[in-house]
Write a new protein. Sequence first.
Length: 358
Amino acid sequence: MKVGSSLLIEADGHVRRPWLETLVADLAGRHRAGQKIILVSSGAIALGSRRLNLAKGGRGTLEDAQAAAATGQILLAGLWAELLGAHGITAAQMLLTLGDFEDRRRFLNVSATLDRLLSLGVLPILNENDSVATEEIRFGDNDRLAARAAQAARADALILLSDIDGLYTANPAEDPAAQFIPTVPDIAAVAHMASRASSSGMGSGGMQAKVEAARIAHAAGIPVAIVAGKPEHPLARFDETGHGTIFTAPDALTARKAWLAGRMQVEGRLTVDEGAVKALKSGKSLLAAGITGIEGQFRRGDAVDVLDEAGHPVARGLIGYDAADARAIAGKQTTAIAETLGYAPRSAVVHRDQMVML
């Protein structure tokens, strides 16, 4: 479950403690019932900026945000540990960066740590390590971090507590005719409805980040619920009413392909012709002959996106060639590759077993 800054922290920087106590009571009840819970909690920058008296909520500069995060994270962790401890629940803290999920080995380490903590009856509290992250290596919002953590933990579901009760056909604050969407079976059909705006001004993702989180979880077969978090006892309320937007999920991809689909960084892009697009959609590997353009300086094994000629993402995969060799063989038939490179070529530029369709 993910809790955003606007739910935890008032506009003046104070903790919404009475509300938080009701949420912890909900969590404790589910913990006693045997559910294993991982919590992704925002709020470190908001807490730290108030303690340091920083302007613009600590987001005026990158340096301010990092200082606020470092100061606020200890306050945030202490708050959760205190309130959960009152219910006999041990809390653990994990601070994560984008690289912890983009690198396959580190992703598996995160998975193993979460698994062990849960087996010990501990409730892990996760947050992005904003004290060291920069714009180039950030999730940028905890919705997507929560989705990646759900993948790593092989979660049964992901709940995103929000300052709005779900997804609408338009921003309900601006359009009174906006209609609530209770169920989303096709994420692509609703992506244009999501706004990046955060109604509180404290968050960083808005509804667009939540839809992207649902896409990441979707690849792992994990359903996602966007639920109103402002009322007291928000989980109990959701349990009673069922009100929220549910993104249903299909059968999961293989673990490796789900990890690929959830990646947020790629090292290059390959543009392919119409014939290659049809081949990929039929389950075939990407051959050099179908490549019409290459961007990026990647190495063999790096993640790349495959685009159609209109620039739309078609697939993502781990490439079998370094960038220089890929450029040398682009557009060539397989029989001509050995002569071009001077060594026996691999069977595909991106093999279907190392690829996921987008």
